[in-house]
Write a protein that binds this ligand. Structure first.
Ligand SMILES: [Zn+2]
Length: 173
């Protein structure tokens, strides 16, 4: 049985004990941009956030791209999130390749050179990358200056956050 079939079977069982109150409209307090890495899946609990407090925006490499901006604008302007947290992490898979290597490999494997994705957003330094992402979110005209944008690196070995500042040294939290 495929994992999806197993998941469907589990869902049929687990949904019998489902609390319908969990289906009420969301009222998020914070928007969190983080990596799609499964080690970041429990990050709300690691931050002591209640279910429903956070809009989770996840992609490979914690990238503030057009799609993250789209979600951040909607989360803060439409749904009511008051703060933005950008959480990169140690040991990210995006540290293990370069965009150029990946493109060459895919062109070789497929024989094709598509227009998109234009970038994979690989990086070499999680802190430096986080600074860049903070600046991209902070400078967007549709993200209100009243909404704090703070960036962090989550250590997958300790579960601790370090705060990254665009203009000064990182601080362990
Ligand atoms: Zn990652």
């Amino acid at each position: 049985m495929s994992l999806i079939d197993e998941a469907l079977s589990a869902n049929a069982t687990k949904s019998s004990g489902y609390d319908p109150a969990r289906g009420k409209p969301p009222a998020p307090k914070i928007a969190i941009v983080t990596c799609a890495d499964p080690r970041l899946s429990g990050i709300e609990q690691m931050l002591g956030l209640a279910e429903g407090d956070a809009d989770m925006i996840r992609n490979f490499g914690t990238v503030i791209d057009d799609d993250s901006i789209r979600s951040l604008v909607l989360s803060t302007r439409l749904l009511g999130s008051k703060e933005i947290m950008i959480i990169n992490h140690t040991d990210c898979g995006m540290l293990r390749f370069t965009d150029g290597d990946m493109e060459s490999r895919l062109r070789k494997d497929t024989g094709e050179a598509p227009i998109a994705p234009a970038k994979f957003y690989s990086f070499t330094d999680a802190e430096a990358n986080t600074k860049e992402q903070i600046q991209k979110a902070r400078s967007h005209p549709w993200i209100s200056p009243d909404v704090p944008v703070r960036g962090f690196v989550y250590d997958v070995k300790t579960g601790r956050l370090s705060e990254v500042f665009p203009d000064r040294q990182t601080v362990a939290r």
